[in-house]
Design a protein around this ligand. Structure first.
Ligand SMILES: *Cc1c(COP(=O)(O)O)cnc(C)c1O
Length: 393
């Protein structure tokens, strides 16, 4: 090694500056050097604050967690590598073999798989029930029911859960109520005010908002639960990437602006679609023709969210034509991006179901789900009307 190169490998730190950066720093360090064994002891025993190893926590995750905590009225929330990592941390952290879990029968696809396939392999019993009917949940209770997993607004038919009834049931029976608040977001719904014990988010979606970071969030009311979830997450290695956390924090600055705009657009798009020839049916929670309209208004007020679903006549050919006629609207099975995206449940989220099972849930080949973005609404309505006309012609 040349003399010049010898010192290059030493990390010399950051240049001095009497001015400070305005942007949150990105810290990708995996390890943190402590001053002495005593200092490390103090950190591990909680007498001193400090990071040690990124899997156990890092600054970019903490900055992001604290911001989402503020939105949810939570403390000690945790950021994980994806929404599913958050669900896994809750399930594996709080359940044990012999427990029973009850979930809504229209949960997010992978959550459904967690219930049907993964948990039973570890001796956890599961059942699914109609979340719009607290009576159905009551009938599915078992003496060993330990947890209920609920989404407030279901995908993609946008049914509104009977949160009040199910929360009452959970309270009466000492069952943990876990709410996946991804669709509704803290702007639309505050689970802790409605009896939830644990809140989960796919931060990937509306909170981060730009389809460039995959992250999850979990917050528990009870400190013992928080510790159990944290320990399981660290053991299973559900660590989020610092860069993703950094991106998501930046996305979060505009979350409320984006959400309000996207929601206002969704209301107008839903009304416009209902008025468009070739559209058989429009689903939007606060529209008077929605099957759960009264509950939506009672639970969410005017906050119907940014998701709209609709159905056109015709089979796969008409659906292909619609998507091809709207090249500027990303046909992509996600939601919550700043721009409008379109998904087709029959070939994506619900492709594993038989056509008959899909029909039972109200999802034909002509059924689409729209995650409405912040674009100019007249442009958006024009694009959808043209695409629907193309599908019909
Ligand atoms: C996307 C989503 C998830 C999973 O989140 P990932 O970040 O994709 O792992 C969980 N629940 C709901 C309601 C979702 O929409």
């Amino acid at each position: 090694m040349t003399d010049k190169a010898k010192s290059i490998v030493r990390r010399t730190g950051w240049p001095d500056s009497s001015s400070r950066a305005v942007v949150t720093p990105l810290q990708p360090s995996v390890v943190y050097a402590s001053e002495s064994p005593d200092a490390l002891d103090a950190q591990y025993e909680g007498r001193a604050k400090g990071f040690t190893y990124a899997r156990e926590g890092h600054p970019n995750a903490e900055v992001l967690a604290q911001k989402i905590d503020r939105l949810e009225g939570a403390t000690g929330g945790l950021i994980l590598g994806s929404g599913m990592a958050a669900i896994a941390a809750v399930m594996f952290g709080l359940l044990k073999s012999g427990d029973h879990v009850l979930g809504g029968n229209q949960l997010y696809g992978r959550s459904m798989r967690m219930m049907r396939e993964e948990l039973p392999r570890f001796g956890v019993e599961t059942a699914l029930a109609d979340p719009t009917d607290a009576g159905a949940f009551a009938e599915s209770l078992q003496p060993n029911t330990r947890m209920i997993l609920l989404e407030v607004v279901s995908n993609p038919t946008l049914r509104v859960s009977d949160v009040a009834g199910i929360a009452r049931l959970a309270r009466e029976h000492g069952i943990l109520l876990v709410v996946d608040n991804t669709f509704t977001t803290p702007r639309g719904f505050q689970p802790f005010e409605h009896g939830a014990d644990v809140i989960i988010h796919s931060v990937t979606k509306l909170l981060a908002g730009h389809s460039d970071a995959t992250l999850g969030y979990v917050a528990a009311r009870d400190a013992t639960h928080r510790k159990a979830i944290y320990d399981t997450a660290v053991t299973l290695g559900l660590t989020p990437s610092p860069f993703d956390c950094w991106l998501a924090e930046r996305g979060l600055y505009s979350f409320e602006l984006r959400y309000d705009r996207a929601e206002a657009n969704a209301v107008m798009l839903a009304d416009a679609l209902a008025d468009t020839p070739g559209v058989k049916r429009v689903l939007y929670p606060t529209r008077p023709d929605h099957p759960d309209h009264n509950r939506a208004v009672a639970l969410l007020g005017a906050r119907g969210g940014n998701m709209v679903s609709f159905e056109i006549a015709g089979g796969r050919a008409a659906s292909n034509a619609l998507v091809r006629a709207a090249p500027d609207i990303a046909f992509a099975p996600t939601l919550g991006d700043i721009g409008t995206t379109l998904s087709h449940p029959a070939t994506s989220s619900h492709r594993a179901l038989t056509p008959a099972a899909r029909a039972e849930l109200g999802m034909s080949e002509g059924f689409f789900r729209v995650s409405v973005g912040v674009e100019d609404i007249d442009m958006l309505i024009g694009e959808f009307r043209a695409a629907i006309a193309a599908a019909a012609g």
